[in-house]
Ligand binder design. Structure first.
Ligand code: CIR
Length: 255
């Protein structure tokens, strides 16, 4: 959770065509851009170097850069999204990563894996099997990570949940914020778990970025729990990304 850089991408006009499990309305680009600017400002406030890439109109979901790569101190792994409309986002991200990493690997397929299903903790890399990330994709990542001495542990994402990190986030070396439905599966044994408040499952996709925890605004019960636990919170508007099943983690690559 200590990072010197982040890469983000501005949403473009095509965001209205972004993927969503349930249609709850068309995202408002102007409002999303304001939320995005607040997000970038919070990341920068911690002293990190934050890149804001231009919109990619051909890829409506390209604002959710997290799904394109896994960035670790040892190197970067370019992902292979399970959503066919998102496959091309990876090649568009690669040139931004190449100058920053000596070792760049690529998930070649046929398996698929998206960054939203990967939670890196101090002791392991947890990868959720989901509708986007399958066993073959996880096996290919496991082989790469074995070469970097990073243990990978496979977990299951609850049905109806887009990504593993839709329902959890790392708060510090040993603490995880999670929904009850995910924590109940037992996948966080050995960690300290803070649960999202009743009815606030959508608050679980937060990020710890240096001194700050960024979480979606509008979840007062969970915000209070995090403040009580001593975290310095920044609540960022997420109403428009939420219409596309996106949250705080999806909006950046952090390393
Ligand atoms: C999608 O369905 O792929 C996008 N609308 C949302 C991606 C969210 N990404 C993430 O949780 N890492």
């Amino acid at each position: 959770w200590q990072f010197s850089r982040a890469i983000t991408r501005q949403p473009g006009k095509s965001i209205v065509a972004g993927l969503r499990a349930v249609d709850t309305g068309t995202p408002d680009l102007a409002l999303m851009l304001r939320h995005h600017a607040d997000y970038v400002a919070a990341l920068r406030e911690t002293g990190a170097d934050v890149t804001v890439l231009p919109p990619l109109e051909d890829y409506p979901d390209a604002v959710f850069v997290e799904d394109t790569a896994l960035c670790l101190p040892e190197g970067a792994v370019l992902m292979r999204p399970g959503a066919p409309s998102r496959l091309g986002e990876v090649a568009a991200m690669a040139p931004s990563l190449r100058p920053l990493f000596d070792d760049i690997r690529q998930i070649e397929g046929p398996g698929t894996i998206e960054g939203g299903d990967i939670l890196t903790t101090g002791r392991e890399v947890l990868v959720g099997q989901s509708a986007r990330t399958n066993a073959d994709g996880i096996a290919e990542l496991a082989e790469i990570l074995a070469g970097w001495d990073r243990p990978l542990r496979e977990v299951r994402v609850p049905d109806g949940v887009l990504h593993f990190k839709t329902d959890c986030s790392l708060l510090d070396g040993e603490t995880i914020l999670a929904t009850e439905r995910l924590a109940r599966s037992g996948c966080f044994e050995g960690y300290r778990v803070i649960l999202t408040a009743q009815g606030e499952e959508a608050a679980a996709n937060a990020i710890r970025f240096n001194d700050l925890v960024l979480m979606a605004a509008g979840f007062p019960g969970t915000a209070q729990r995090l403040r009580d636990a001593g975290y310095q919170l920044r609540e960022i508007g997420n109403s428009e990304c939420a219409k596309l099943d996106g949250g705080m983690s999806c909006l950046s690559l952090r390393f």
